[in-house]
Design a protein around this ligand. Structure first.
Ligand code: PEP
Ligand code: MG
Length: 320
């Protein structure tokens, strides 16, 4: 019986009307990587590389990073592994990284801004990623990018490092969509980026101007707010037009209520906590995309997250 369950978990994930939806896992430990593969995740959509840096007094050197990333790659077999570069700053302070005290850390030096300010740390990480020489399997993801200029600086660095190493094929390079600016410039970012990944946690925080760590506002910080949905719809559309992948790796992807809307907006790749993978795949298989698209159109026309949640409460998908 266990073997049958495993086979079911690993089966490809098609919607009721036959469209392939890729379900990946967010992972932060080797144990989770192994569990993700066993539970039917089709790879890792987000490895938050902060885990490597958090408890250290010194930055991990290139060989340490290479060894760690390689272990993750092996734990996933041949499955894709998306490694996000250090997302330091904001709600993720790093002990040895001297960042100035800020009145608004969420609006300060974080993600790619921190990386570009500390090129030594960024270069070491990019070099370790290239040195893995697993361009087929590895995808490099850059956090908190606002516009194509920032991305070009990363691309230039990667090109220079690849030249030094004598590397012919580079891993795919992607951008997190976490700010309104990046969502509005998705098409422009896709001229340079190979894929996009929507970080709905930060995107919601910055669109709604509500701190993601604020206990009292937590219930109102909802990624199904129509303002967030409209931006995500634009990002998905830009991806379809460019013929490039757009995934969603924020917490919203694991919200069972949200799934039909996310598919209806055109998202075809979701990355969620490992425990949610089997349920999400089972849920996808019961949904027809035509229904989801009609639902998403209605949701986009609403004027509050509450209205969208009400719409979902009364929604009855037709069955084929
Ligand atoms: C996000 O912002 O949605 C995201 C996935 O990144 P993190 O939660 O690590 O900020
Ligand atoms: Mg984020």
């Amino acid at each position: 019986r266990e073997r049958a369950e495993l086979a079911a978990a690993r089966a490809p994930c098609l919607s009721l009307d036959g469209v392939a939806i890729r379900v990946l896992a967010n992972i932060s430990s080797l144990e989770e990587a192994e569990r993700a593969a066993a539970r039917g995740a089709e790879g890792c959509g987000l490895l938050r590389s902060e885990f490597l840096y958090l408890d250290r007094r010194q930055a991990p050197d290139e060989s340490t990073q290479k060894r760690e990333y390689l272990a993750f790659a092996k734990a996933l077999g041949e499955l894709p592994l998306t490694i996000r570069t250090l997302d330091a700053g904001g709600d993720k302070p790093i002990a040895y990284l001297p960042l100035p005290a800020e009145d608004n850390p969420a609006l300060g030096l974080r993600g790619v801004r921190t990386g570009l300010r500390h090129p030594d740390i960024l270069n070491t990480q990019l070099r370790a990623l290239l040195e893995l020489k697993r361009a087929e399997q590895i995808r490099i993801l850059i956090p908190m990018v606002n516009d194509p200029d920032e991305l070009s600086q990363i691309r230039d660095r990667l090109d220079a490092l690849a030249g030094e190493i004598g590397l012919e094929q580079q891993p795919a390079l992607g951008v997190m969509i976490e700010t309104p600016a990046s969502a509005l410039l998705a098409a422009e970012l896709l001229r340079e980026a190979d894929f996009l990944s929507i970080g709905s946690n930060d995107l919601s925080q910055y669109v709604l101007a509500m701190d993601r760590g604020h206990a009292e506002l937590a219930a109102r910080l909802d990624g199904l707010h129509p303002a967030v949905l409209r931006l995500m719809a634009e990002v998905a559309r830009a991806g379809a037009e460019a013929g490039k992948k757009v995934s969603l790796c924020g917490g919203l992807a694991a919200d069972p209520q949200a799934l039909p809307i996310l598919l209806g907006l055109g998202l075809r790749e979701l990355s969620v906590v490992v425990s949610a993978v089997p349920r999400l795949k089972a849920q996808v298989r019961r949904l027809a995309l035509a229904d989801c698209e009609a639902l998403a159109r209605q949701a986009l026309a609403k004027s509050s997250a509450h209205q969208v949640r009400e719409l979902l409460r009364h929604w009855q998908p037709s069955t084929l």
